[in-house]
Every structure is written in C-alpha cells, then in structure tokens.
Design a protein around this ligand. Sequence first.
Ligand code: 13P
Ligand code: SF4
Length: 324
Amino acid sequence: MTGALPTAASLYERVRRVIPPVEWPAFTNDIEAILALKRDRNAVILAHNYQTPEIFHCVADIVGDSLALARKAATVEAQVIVVAGVHFMAETAKLLNPNKMVLIPDLGAGCSLADSITAEDVRLLRQRYPGVPVVTYVNTSAAVKAESDICCTSGNARAVVESLGVPRVIMVPDEYLAINVAADTDVEIIAWRGHCEVHERFTSADIRELRDAHPGVIILAHPECPPEIVAQAEFSGSTAAMLDYVEREKPVRVVLLTECSMSDNVAVAHPEIEFIRPCNLCPHMKRITLANIRAALEENRHEVRIAAGIAGRARRSVERMLSL
Ligand code: 13P
Ligand code: SF4
C-alpha cells in the first residue's frame, strides 16, 4: 500500500455521529499505528458488520456480512489478513488463502453456534439420515465444514438449500435459521439444536414494547432470531440485507434486531433515519479491539492454522457455496 495515510481528524468525520468527541482521543494512537502497520506489512483488515465503529469505519479495508467477507477474502492480494470478527470467520479466510498469514486478534472470539456442534455430531447425523446432504452454516469450525456437503450463510441459505435439487436436507447448527428457511421453501429441513446467544434473546414482548413506544417503527430481524420474532418483523435478512433494506426503503424509524454495533455502523451514513436501539451485544465480537488489532500486526498474533487433513475438505464446502 502506498500514499498518504488519512489524518485522525478526517477519520473522525466518518464516525462523529456515533463516537462522542470526548471518547475519540482514546482511539487515535492505535488507529494511526494500525494504518502505518498495514502499509508497512502489506496487510488488510476484514471487519464484520458487528465490529465497533472505530474499527469498522477507521481501520477496516473490507467490511460486510459473513458472505461478503468470505467472497472478498477469496480475492485479497495482501500477504497478511487480520480478521476483525470471530474465529470461524478467520478460519474461512485461511481456507481461502492457505498461503497467506491470517491473524485473529483474540483467540477467545468464538461463537455459540460454532460451539454447538462437532465433526462427530455431523458424522452421526449422516448415519441417522443416510444419503441426505448436509448444509452447514459458516458459523462452524473448519472440522465441521469438512464433514459437510456445502456451506451457507444467512444471506444465501435458501438458495443453497434449493441448489441441491433434493427433497430433504440436514441443516446445521442454527435451529432458528433452519426453521426460518423452511418457512420459505418446499425442501424439508432437518435441523440441529444450536442457537445464537445474541439473537435468541429477542422476545415477542420486546416487539410489543417497541411498537407501543415507537409508533410506526419498522422492525428488521436477523434470521438467527426465533421464528416468532421473524414472523412479526417487517423484514428478515442477513446483516448486509438489513443494510440494503434501510438504504432502499429509507424508513423514518427503524430497529435492527441484531447485534448492537450494526445500528451504529449503518447510522453513520444515515442521519435522516431514526435508529431505535434495543440490541444485544455479542461478547465474542466485542473481544476485538483496536489495541489487539495493533498487537496482532506488531506480533503476528494469533496465526490461524488448519490441519491439512481438514482444510482441503472444508475448503471444498466453502468454495461450493461461493461458486453458486
Ligand atoms: P451475517 O453477517 O452473515 O448476517 O451473520 C451474522 C452473524 O451473527 C455472524 O456471526
Ligand atoms: Fe456467533 Fe451470534 Fe456472536 Fe454471530 S452474533 S458471532 S452467531 S454468537
């Protein structure tokens, strides 16, 4: 990377609607150091939509939902990739870039969905339902992906399920995503009992309170939410689909039933829209900070490695999804 680095003042312009001036000085040293490290090390930062605004808007090179991050990871030219997201996203980036250094700033950035299923669970499901293909949400370990026929994200789950041309599929591990997809397709779906600890907490009482307190509010729900929440929302889609909805429909008042930083990141570009913010924090996404991104680039920590016996088969499941 060449050229002058943006100044702290110009970066603050991007986030001043969501970061108070009194908080900004705490970020500037790390931001300046990270921008210089990226240039010097030929590195890029991939950031998920749930990253905090100072990461998302000030140091990230590529941002998006899980699908966009996987697609764009496949085309990265830099030698070092830092994933500002959770561990399975870093593994996906490594699968698609086996010869590059992929770093995750905090090894504890996990995911309750990824923790809900093992490779052995998938093998047992195959024994129980012989011949039924396994569609695996990207929110899983590489070992689980390796046992699968194809991956999906919340942005393409229905298309992936229907692409297989079969009457019945196994879909793991998110039970709610599976039920929400099943409501939209004729394909029978056998689900697993995994849940996202962030989205499972939204309730019908939350929706009633929102509609009472904010007349006319448009409710967008992530498909990891329980089916009764999705049924009551005006729209359901991946984090990227929520952003598209907001930009297309320009609702006067909106609530995004998902992780908290999502609204902040969208609100930055839409001062004309009122974002109501009951939201839930993802403790795993929040483990990523400017300080540990900087340390990742300074000290190469923590490098993601995937055993050769797993990587090839897991890559095939991800690439099959990306080829759709
Ligand atoms: P998407 O960004 O793909 O909608 O996924 C949400 C999520 O929970 C990722 O961990
Ligand atoms: Fe996992 Fe839910 Fe956090 Fe996404 S929001 S990383 S699905 S726990």
